[in-house]
Design a protein around this ligand. Structure first.
Ligand code: 0X9
Ligand code: ZN
Length: 405
């Protein structure tokens, strides 16, 4: 633990040292009396950490002005961070992770890996694209199921997604490694073999490849969250986890382009969210959705846009599953809105519009001081391993989610 904290502080220090001098980002600490206070703050900024009555957020200069104007009494301190600000020109076109973090996959490496796997395991995989991003990249989806299932009505299914948010690179590595575990153990491990034979499993490890690659452009992390929506060379970006169409436009999202929680001009205005929407709508047998994010070590479920649970048996299913998965990961199971109210996220839509059981996993670390969005490559294996059991559990129960009751 102490080692993690020391390493985290060192990583932060190094990343601050290597960043450029010009910085639009600040670390803001809030003091909250209650949940309402947290949601008030979440109306303006994205809260990265909540612990006790304190919250922390890394905010851009626009968001900083907004909170100073609207909720000054909730702010306890503001610290300037030396991180480079957004721009779409003037940077060399290298898409490589910063030194020491090369184990994370670039979009190109991800593409090659998925293509290799689909060649290596032709009887159980199929690689295709859900559509293209703003910058024209393919949004890869790898289907994992025995080829016999392709000729008939597909068996019950599940989708795992990563990297809706650009800077949350670990959320691509975890599904990728769990997928690799399934591939390598097919035909060896009876449980995995059975699941691949009897389920339809989908992986979209990088929903927002434009943003993820922009975040590492020039080999420096930029703390970028949104996609790459721009106008006349002016990058602003849309928060893809505020752009889904259930309760869209409500609390915890912004109508301002410059905000880090900008929801976009209308629901599903972005090619990335609309590609996911089309896929989940068209595949009714996909009964469970898991969207990986970072960080804070949480397992979240609807509702997120209002301070209520979904009620009835469905709520029991969410709670039972989340509690069970928490035993393997040590993550905290929680209703999304208990964290803070935010509208337009993936899970509110998947459940609200289509009744799919949907979880948001906020992966490692637990805190900003252990690296926040940039915990370093050394955590990848450990976090991936911890996420195998929850994935197998959800794959199993995608046949009948109510079976957990
Ligand atoms: O705010 C988000 O989009 C998610 N956290 S993250 O740090 N990865 O950005 C959490 C979404 C949870 N949903 C709601 N609270 N509605
Ligand atoms: Zn996220």
């Amino acid at each position: 633990m102490l080692r993690n904290v020391v390493l985290g502080l060192l990583m932060m220090f190094l990343s601050l040292m290597t960043a450029t001098a010009k910085s639009p980002y600040h670390l803001v600490t809030f003091k909250f009396k209650n949940k309402q206070d947290r949601s008030k703050a979440a109306d303006f900024v994205h809260l990265d950490v909540i612990k006790g009555n304190e919250g922390k957020a890394i905010v851009n200069s626009f968001d900083l002005k907004q909170i100073q104007k609207n909720i000054p009494t909730l702010i306890s301190s503001v610290k300037k961070l030396d991180l480079p600000g957004p721009s779409i020109k003037g940077e060399e076109e290298t898409y490589q992770f910063p030194r020491g973090d090369e184990k994370f996959h670039t979009y190109k490496e991800l593409t090659e890996k998925l293509q290799n796997w689909s060649r290596q395991y032709p009887n159980i995989t199929n690689l295709s694209s859900l559509g293209t991003t703003i910058q024209g990249k393919q949004i890869w989806i790898l289907r994992l199921t025995h080829q016999n299932n392709l000729r008939k009505e597909p068996p019950p299914g599940i989708i795992f997604m990563g990297s809706h948010h650009a800077r949350e690179h670990l959320s691509t590595e975890v599904p990728l490694n769990v997928l690799e575990h399934l591939l390598k153990n097919y035909g060896k491990n009876p449980e995995i073999t059975k699941l691949v034979n009897e389920r339809d499993i989908y992986y979209v490890p990088m929903v927002n490849p434009d943003g993820a690659m922009y975040d590492i452009k020039g080999r420096r992390y930029k703390m970028w969250r949104k996609n790459m929506r721009s106008e006349r060379n002016n990058l602003y970006g849309v928060d893809l986890n505020r752009n889904y169409g259930y309760g869209w436009g409500g609390r915890g999202s912004s109508s301002s382009r410059r905000s880090d929680i900008f929801r976009g001009p209308k629901p599903f205005s972005e090619p990335e969210t609309s590609a996911i929407k089309n896929f989940i709508e068209e595949n009714q047998h996909v009964k469970i959705v898991l969207t990986y994010h970072t960080f804070s070590e949480l397992i979240l479920y609807p509702w997120g846009h209002k301070n209520e649970g979904v009620g009835g048996r469905d709520q029991q299913v969410f709670e039972t599953m989340a509690r069970k998965m928490a035993t393997w990961t040590g993550y905290t199971p929680q209703r999304s809105s208990d964290l803070y109210v935010a509208s337009g996220d993936t899970c509110d839509w998947a459940y609200g519009a289509l009744k799919r059981f949907c979880f948001t996993f906020e992966l490692t670390p637990r805190s900003q001081w252990e690296g926040g969005f940039y915990p370093g490559a050394r955590v990848i294996d450990r976090v991936s391993k911890a996420n195998i059991k929850p994935a197998l559990y959800l794959i199993k129960h995608s046949k009948d989610p109510y079976g957990v009751l």
